[in-house]
Design a binder for this molecule. Structure first.
Ligand code: ADQ
Length: 646
């Protein structure tokens, strides 16, 4: 089958700088200790020549070895203790360098400076604990990455987690489409230059020429896959007429391109090589683990790579009619991996056999590990209520299923420096918050009333976010002396409802239909309460932003909301109180109204409790640092096991 060729290598127009290191299989497998040392010297020398690296600070530096993991090297020959880390099958999965003393440093392959990385100690049979630094070549594959593209939380995560991992010494690439819509947003891609490297992707009955653009920023290689199908008005997924009909094609291209990128792109002079760790995000990237198993490993490529499917939202699985399987560039015998049969009740007519392909299912049965964005959600997806039909499959892989709560970009979301808000404030001086509230009321044309409780909602207007509950409860809620602002876009019925409600409650309600990041910051800062009645919420970011801005979340106790918002208890800790918001459950209009009314009552009548609530939320550690450490643990587990599909 044509698609089995790793055609990208052959058709890459840019001559690779590292011609002495063939991009073939088994580089890492043949690596013996002596070979490795020599090879590393060669690499480091050429790295120094290419990039004029200097490291005068002592300690050491690292190179990215051709096979993947970075090796921290002491610059004194006699100080070097290097050991290979092997898995059960004897494959090299990492390298240990144990410096004799002093700090170890990691220099990224772009030579843009040294990153001092926390040392990770490993127990070695009860004796002294030498430091072990194992870093990885990580390839994020995602349909969106902020600030280049963002329609929701996926963009936020894939725009900030890679930076956090790069700062910890990993070599990180993010592969995402180069969306151009002919408007102002195209400027976001202005810093990405054409790599002049093109590959051929064999799929959908033909051959597609795909290019790569590249920008190195914040320690990360941002790689944008270029193809005419990404150049059109609308969001990454659709336009005013709905979802694009060719999304399966567009994201198939993304996955094929992402699998080739580490092999063909000499970023900063070096390819990432075969020993990568792919983080495939949601169904759009779900073909990556399948391609590794079906297209590459049978031909000896990516034998030592690992893949993790990161599920941000199980409700979207990339399901299309079974006949489309032949378009995906996969060998026919792998059909079973994607095979999906709808239950009888879900079929549309008597002749509907219910046969389909499900890309996310393919990822779940081929990825080495599965991650979700909170512990709560990692359990929910194994249940009939939260599994969207995949619960049994996910349960069968429970042993490799973990949840890690998302972090947030604490620089972008910082009330003491946020460029989008009218006044700055911090936990030590909250006075600016009321200015933000007044500013928001003015901007939206609401009466300027600093004492009136202002409730906000930000998010997609759809079933997941529980907008129907807000719609059902608002007429009653607006009987009280409150103001309510909503920012969102999505289902037309809700957008229309927002417009009508605004005209009915001119002094109390404002609905901003659309996607507007600066306004989302101003609502987060200006409101007193943020409402999130999500039916399910894998993690949720808005409640994290809200807490950081001293805005109290009132949320349905589900998934990541339950894991991140601690219910307010004024009597805990000998009357000093604890909690950062309110969680209600089960999800009913009455429960939501009751929780809101308790929150409003506390705001009106217990000012000091309210301030304590605000401060506890603002103090909460939400940076990516914690999450990045947990991700590293999962990476480690991924490399301990042999590839799930070899
Ligand atoms: N109209 C608008 N204008 C401006 N900004 C808007 C907006 N509507 C939404 N946003 C922003 O988009 C992001 C949405 O974050 P969510 O966590 O709600 O993610 P979402 O449901 O998209 O993603 C999924 O992935 C994320 C990441 O893993 C999970 O947190 C989440 O639970 C899961 O459903 C936030 O930054 C929010 O401020």
């Amino acid at each position: 089958m044509e698609t089995l060729r790793t055609s990208g290598i052959l058709s890459c127009k840019l001559p690779l700088k590292l011609t002495e290191t063939p991009l073939n299989v088994g580089v890492s497998r043949r690596v013996g200790f002596a070979y490795l040392r020599n090879q590393r010297r060669t690499n480091i020398q050429s790295l120094c020549l290419t990039k004029s690296l200097t490291d005068n600070s002592g300690g050491g530096f690292s190179s990215s070895s051709q096979d993947g993991s970075s090796i921290v090297e002491d610059d004194k020959e006699e100080g070097l203790l290097l050991g290979t880390e092997r898995d059960d099958s004897g494959s090299v999965v990492g390298f240990h360098l144990i410096p004799q003393s002093g700090d170890s440093k990691v220099i990224d392959s772009h030579g843009n400076g040294a990153n001092v990385r926390e040392e990770v100690s490993e127990d070695i049979e009860g004796g002294e604990e030498p430091a072990t630094l194992v870093t990885h070549n990580i390839v994020f594959v995602t349909a969106e990455a902020a600030p280049y593209s963002k329609t929701g939380g996926l963009g936020d995560v894939c725009g900030s987690l890679p930076i956090a991992l790069a700062a910890r010494g990993h070599r990180v690439m993010v592969v995402s489409p180069r969306y151009l819509d002919g408007g102002l947003s195209d400027e976001k891609f202005a810093g990405a230059v054409d790599s002049k490297c093109q590959i051929k992707v064999y799929c959908f009955g033909g051959v597609q020429e795909v290019g790569f653009f590249h920008e190195y920023k914040a320690g990360v290689d941002w790689v944008f896959v270029d193809h005419p199908s990404y150049h059109r008005p609308g969001t990454p997924y659709g336009d005013i007429f709905g979802a694009f009909g060719d999304n399966q094609f567009r994201f198939t291209l993304l996955c094929h391109a992402a699998c080739e990128a580490p092999l063909v792109l000499p970023l900063g002079g070096y390819t990432y090589g075969e020993k990568c760790l792919f983080l495939a995000n949601d169904w759009h990237a779900g073909l990556v683990p399948v391609l590794l198993a079906a297209k590459y490993r049978p031909y000896g490529v990516y034998k030592d790579a690992r893949s993790i499917i990161v599920i941000h939202n199980l409700a979207h699985q990339g399901v299309e009619p079974a006949v489309t399987y032949k378009n995906l560039g996969l060998p026919p015998e792998w059909y079973g991996a994607l095979e999906w049969v709808f239950p009888t009740w879900a079929r549309t007519h008597a002749l509907d056999t219910g046969e389909a392909v499900n890309v996310l299912k393919g990822a779940i049965v081929t990825a080495d590990r599965i991650l979700t964005v909170s512990q709560g959600y990692s359990w929910e997806i194994t249940t009939a209520e939260g599994g969207y039909g995949l619960q049994e499959l996910l349960s069968s892989r429970k042993i490799v299923l973990n949840g890690i709560i998302n972090g947030i970009d604490v620089k972008e979301w910082d009330p003491s420096s946020d460029k989008h808000i009218s006044s700055h404030y911090s936990i030590d001086d909250l006075s600016g918050k009321v200015q933000c509230k007044i500013g928001l009321q003015k901007e939206l044309g609401l009466p300027s009333r600093p004492d009136c409780p202002l409730i906000g909602f930000i998010g997609r207007l759809d079933f997941q976010k529980g907008v129907d509950l807000i719609l059902a409860a608002l007429p009653e809620l607006l009987q009280d002396d409150v103001q309510f602002v909503m920012l969102g876009s999505g289902e037309k019925q809700y957008e229309d409802w927002m417009r009508v409600t605004e005209s009915l409650y001119k002094d109390k309600f404002r609905g901003w239909v659309g996607f507007n990041v600066p306004i989302s910051h101003r609502i987060t800062a200006g409101c007193d309460i943020l409402l999130m009645p999500s039916r399910f919420e894998p993690c949720g970011l808005n409640q994290l932003y809200a807490m950081r801005y001293g805005t109290i979340p009132v949320v349905h106790g589900t998934g990541g909301l339950k894991n991140t918002v601690v219910n307010f208890n004024p009597y805990a800790r000998e009357g000093r109180g604890e909690g950062t918001g309110w969680t209600f459950s089960p999800l009913t209009r009455e429960n939501m109204l009751a929780a809101l009314r308790v929150a409003i009552g506390t705001y009106m009548e217990h000012k000091s409790s309210w301030e304590e609530l605000m401060k506890r939320g603002m103090e909460r550690e939400s940076s990516w640092d914690n999450a990045a450490v947990q991700y590293e643990q999962v990476f480690k587990w991924a490399f301990i096991d042999p590839p799930y599909v070899s």
